[in-house]
Design a protein around this ligand. Structure first.
Ligand SMILES: [Zn+2]
Length: 190
């Protein structure tokens, strides 16, 4: 890909390990990334390896470029188009600039995360020992706040089964925080 900066510098993105280019991975895709790394560590065939490389490459496909002459940034969004950002302390943002440049490669189809947290003992600043939260798209919603562990587990699994059946999540985890550390009681990856 070749393109020009407003200052006149011409970017030639036609080699590896360029000093003016970096790859960005959406935070929304972090679980997917680590799942692929886990899969890569397991025994696999040449075809599976090819497939894994392709998926990893897709996750790291999006780039950011910086003009070495003037410092302007060019950020690639999920659909592959570049937007220029000019370093500035005072100017207002461009009214039409894409405000969602760092969303997942899955865009609006990004599936969410279900989290359960249980604190033992209950921290004094928390009104409840247990909390069940779901993040889908840009919204984080607290579904339950409880003080009964058995009920917490029951509710968590009920919500999990429902969201999984509706294909609305890609990751779920239930963490217990105790004195001396935390442990994961349950985790699921789509
Ligand atoms: Zn420039």
């Amino acid at each position: 890909m070749n393109f020009s900066c407003r200052c006149g510098y011409c970017f030639h993105d036609n080699a590896d390990e360029l000093y003016f280019k970096a790859r960005i991975m959406p935070d929304q895709d972090t679980n997917e990334f680590w799942n692929l790394i886990e899969d890569a560590e397991k025994p696999h065939t040449k075809d599976e390896q090819h497939d894994l490389h392709g998926k990893l490459y897709d996750l790291l496909e999006r780039c950011i470029y910086q003009c070495p002459e003037c410092g302007r940034l060019f950020l690639e969004n999920a659909s592959g188009s570049l937007t220029m950002f000019t370093p500035s302390d005072t100017a207002e943002p461009e009214p039409e600039v894409d405000r969602r440049m760092l969303i997942s490669d899955h865009g609006k189809n990004w599936r969410g995360i279900l989290s359960g947290y249980w604190f033992d003992p209950k921290p004094v600043w928390k009104p409840y020992q247990g909390i069940i939260r779901v993040r889908i798209g840009e919204d984080t919603e607290t579904l339950q706040e409880l003080n009964d562990f058995a009920e917490m587990e029951r509710q968590f699994h009920a919500v999990f089964e429902k969201l999984r059946a509706e294909d609305r999540i890609h990751y779920a985890a239930f963490h217990v925080y105790e004195q001396g550390g935390s442990r994961c009681l349950f985790s699921w990856n789509k």
